[in-house]
Design a protein around this ligand. Sequence first.
Ligand SMILES: NC(=O)c1ccc[n+]([C@@H]2O[C@H](COP(=O)([O-])OP(=O)(O)OC[C@H]3O[C@@H](n4cnc5c(N)ncnc54)[C@H](OP(=O)(O)O)[C@@H]3O)[C@@H](O)[C@H]2O)c1
Length: 293
Amino acid sequence: MAKIIDGKSISAQVRNEVHIATSALTKETGIVPGLAVVLVGDNPASQVYVRNKQKAAKEIEMNPIDIKLPEDVSSSILKSKLDQLNNDDSVHGILVQLPLPGHLDEKSIIRLINPMKDVDGLHPENVGLMLGGTPRFVPATPLGIQQLLIRTDNSPSGKHVVVCGRSDIVGKPVASLLLQKDTAANATVTICHTGTADMGVITRQADILIAAVGRPEFITADMVSAGVVVIDVGINRKTDPSSKRGYRLVGDVDYVNVSEKASAITPVPGGVGPMTIAMLLFNTMTAAKLSAN
Ligand SMILES: NC(=O)c1ccc[n+]([C@@H]2O[C@H](COP(=O)([O-])OP(=O)(O)OC[C@H]3O[C@@H](n4cnc5c(N)ncnc54)[C@H](OP(=O)(O)O)[C@@H]3O)[C@@H](O)[C@H]2O)c1
C-alpha cells in the first residue's frame, strides 16, 4: 500500500518558511510583499482559487491586492490595469488567473506582465530562463511538485520521470524543471500527450509518474508498475449523489487501485493543490527580494 504524500502538511512547512523570510525582509527593508491577483469574470472555480491565494498571502503578512474585472472587459482596459500594476512599487507579484474568457488572448496578455513581477512564471522571459537552467520564477505547480518529491525522499535524480500532459502551466514546465542538471532534478524525462501511441507502455516504465491530463481517474492500475511514485495534479469533478454538493473532487489517477501498487502517492484534494499556493507565495517573496536589490 502506498505512503500518502501529504501536500497539506508539506505546504504548511513551506508557508512557514516563506513567512519567516517575509518577516525578515520587512524588518530589514520595510518592504511588505504585495501580490496582485487579477480575476476576469466570475468563473466559480477561479473565484475559489483566488480567494485561497489571497487568504494564504494575508496569513503570512503579505499584502494581497484583489483586482476584479467584468467578464466582457476589453483587452485595452485589461492592458491598462496591468500597466498600472507593473508601475506600482507596492506590487511585487502579478498573477492573472487563468483561464481567461475566450475573447482575450492568454499568451499575449501574459506578455504584458513585467517579467520581474511574473510570479506565475509564464512570461516567455521566465520560461526561457528556467529552460536555460537559471530560473527566476518557476511556475508554482511544477515547483510544488519538485518540493513534494524532495521533501519526501523521492529525489528525481537518476529516475525515469514520465509526465502525462504537455500544458504550458504544468506538463511542459515540470518536465523542463526535472531534467535540469541540478541535484534537485537530474531526471530522465518522457512526456506523453494525445499524440502518444500507447501511453501504458511508457507509463509502466516510470519510477515517478506525474499525471496532468485533466481527465478523471485516467491513469489506471494497469498503467503503472509496482513501486512507482505518483504525483496526481488533476482536479476534476465527479458526480456523486451521496455528496452534499452532488459531486466530489478526484484526480487524474484512479487513486484506490493505483495506491495498491505505488510506493507513494499524492491524494486529491490535499496533494499538489496546497503546494501550488505555497510556491506562489515563495515566488512573491522572491519578487519582493529582487525589488529590494
Ligand atoms: N493542483 C493544482 O494546483 C493544479 C494546477 C494546474 C492544473 N491542475 C489540474 O491538472 C489537470 C491538468 O491541467 P492542465 O492545465 O495541465 O490541463 P490542459 O491544459 O487541459 O492539458 C492537458 C494535457 O493532457 C493531455 N491529454 C488530455 N487528454 C489526454 C488523453 N486522453 N491522452 C493523452 N493525453 C491527454 C493534453 O494533450 P494535448 O496537448 O495533446 O492536447 C494536454 O497536453 C487539470 O485537472 C487541472 O484542473 C491542478
